[in-house]
Each structure stands twice: as structure tokens, then as C-alpha cells.
Design a protein around this ligand. Structure first.
Ligand code: FPP
Length: 273
């Protein structure tokens, strides 16, 4: 399949080198999730309207998608609009929806040419119908693509996701389809909006705040966090590289101790030798 640059920029030699060093140095996270924050502050500091910050953020989205796809990240999930964002002034919400429609119209073909699948999670029925239709068309067009899955979290919140899962499980229990003993991590996971997506390995938050803001609450149980002060419109692939470099230095113990991890790695190495 023909692959064209999502950003329409030719990849520099330095960038190719930086990416291959990252790949050689350690593991590339399978799933990167991003809380794109700071658009409003970016705009305010420049005496612009908040929506200008959101518009500028689209270039950051493009560059992040391209860099992640080049690095071999399997899943990139972007928190584009939370359940709580509906509470913003009507003008900002409708400008954001318009931007989303325009961006989807413009970029879906590009994603498709790059073998990237578009996915969305959240209470999508709340989106304006034009937006929902663009989204559905984009998901349909790209559904067989294999290189990377980009998931837009739209009208999404972690609590909404958990509420839904609990409701569905309660209904199955009531109808006798499952017993109370069948409720475990795996069953809950299968009822979340992210059932088809692995948990994020790395969560990046821009804008400098140290909070999760109702994002993938269940899914981030063992996710590594990277917080940067950069506002989202200033965020580019260099910060993705920085985040992955930091990720590669972390020891993910999943509640165990270092020695156990070492033993596990030894066993795995023997099995694959
Ligand atoms: C948070 O910044 C950002 C958002 C609520 C919207 C993010 C949307 C985009 C980057 C536009 C397009 C996205 C896609 C996926 C096409 P904020 O407004 O909360 O900033 P602040 O904290 O400085 O006020």
C-alpha cells in the first residue's frame, strides 16, 4: 500500500536516526495514550481565541500519529473530548465539533493511505449527527488497516466506561447468563469500550497538570505516566521520543520485585532461544 507522509513533510535523516536509536535501545510501547491539554492556555498567552489553540493542536495530532506509526506503535489513543467537556461554553463546544468534522474529512484519506485504522470510543450518540457520520465513514473506510489503530476518545470518560460495563454485567447476571463468581478482571475488561485494545503502556499528558481527568481509569492500572509542561499545540514528535526514552528506563514490576522480573526474562529468553 502506498504510504504518504501524514504531515506532508519529508522525514529528515536525523529523525530516521533518532527513531532507529529508540527502537534499538529498548521496547517501543504497544499502546500510547495522550491527554492533549493546554490548547486554551496556549491561545491565551498569544492573545488568541481558545479555538485557535484547538486548531493549532491539529498539527500536533498529525505529527504524533506519523511519528508513532513510523516507530511501530500499535495503538495511539487521543483524549479529544471528555464527557465533562460538554459543560464548556456552547460556542467552544460547537467550534470544537466543527473542527473535528473538518479534520476527519481532511485526514481520513491520509490515514487510509498510511494503513492506519480509525476507531472511536465514548458516548458517540451525543455527537452532532454530521460528526458521527464522518466518524462512522472514516471507521468503515479504514476498518481493514493493520499498521496502527488510532482511537479518538470522544464524549468519553473512564467512569462512563465503567458504568456501562457494570450495567451490562448486571443485566447478564440478572438474566442468568453469568454467575457472580464469573466477575473478574477479564470479564470487566471485555465489557469496556476498549475491549479490543490493550491497556496503555505509556500515558502522555501535556500542559503540566498531574491528573488523569477521568481518562482510561480502569485501563491505566499499570500504565507509565509522562507529563510535559509543553502545551498541546507546541507538542511534536521530539516530545514523543522523550516520553518513550523515559518509558524505556522504567522498570515495570506489575506488583512484583526486580528479581522475579529478571527470572521471568531469563525463562522467556530460554524459551525463544
Ligand atoms: C484540551 O485543552 C483540549 C481539548 C479539550 C480538545 C482537543 C482537541 C484538539 C487538539 C483538536 C482536534 C483533535 C482531533 C483528534 C482531530 P484545553 O482547552 O483544556 O486547554 P487549557 O487547559 O489550557 O484550557
Amino acid at each position: 500500500m502506498e504510504k504518504i507522509a501524514i504531515t506532508n513533510k519529508k522525514q529528515t535523516k536525523e529523525d530516521i536516526l533518532r527513531q532507529s536509536l529508540l527502537k534499538e535501545r529498548g521496547q517501543i510501547p504497544e499502546h500510547v495514550a495522550i491527554i492533549m491539554d493546554g490548547n486554551g492556555r496556549w491561545a491565551k498567552e498569544r492573545g488568541k481565541m481558545r479555538i485557535q489553540g484547538h486548531k493549532a493542536g491539529v498539527d500536533s495530532v498529525r505529527d504524533s500519529i506519523e511519528a508513532c506509526a513510523q516507530l511501530g506503535v500499535g495503538h495511539l489513543t487521543l483524549y479529544a473530548f471528555s464527557t465533562e467537556n460538554w459543560r464548556r461554553p456552547k460556542t467552544e463546544v460547537s467550534a470544537l465539533m466543527k473542527l473535528l468534522i473538518q479534520t476527519l474529512r481532511k485526514e481520513t484519506i491520509n490515514l487510509n493511505k498510511n494503513d492506519i485504522r480509525l476507531n472511536a470510543i465514548g458516548e458517540l450518540e451525543r455527537l452532532p449527527s454530521i460528526c458521527l457520520n464522518e466518524l462512522k465513514e472514516g471507521m468503515e473506510m479504514t476498518k481493514d488497516n493493520q499498521r496502527m489503530v488510532i482511537t479518538l476518545a470522544l464524549s468519553y470518560s473512564g467512569r462512563w466506561d465503567i458504568n456501562n460495563a457494570v450495567r451490562e454485567i448486571a443485566q447478564k447476571f440478572k438474566s442468568g447468563e453469568i454467575s457472580a463468581d464469573a466477575i473478574n478482571d477479564d470479564l470487566i475488561r471485555k465489557h469496556l469500550a476498549t475491549a479490543e485494545i490493550p491497556d496503555p503502556d505509556l500515558l502522555i499528558r501535556t500542559g503540566g497538570d498531574f491528573r488523569i481527568s477521568n481518562f482510561l481509569l480502569w485501563q491505566c492500572a499499570y500504565t507509565e505516566f509522562f507529563i510535559t509542561n509543553k502545551y498541546w499545540p507546541d507538542f511534536r514528535r521530539d516530545q514523543i521520543y522523550e516520553a518513550i526514552e523515559a518509558y524505556q528506563t522504567r522498570e515495570r514490576r506489575f506488583g512484583m520485585i526486580s528479581e522475579q522480573l529478571y527470572e521471568q526474562q531469563k525463562t522467556q529468553a530460554k524459551a525463544t532461544a
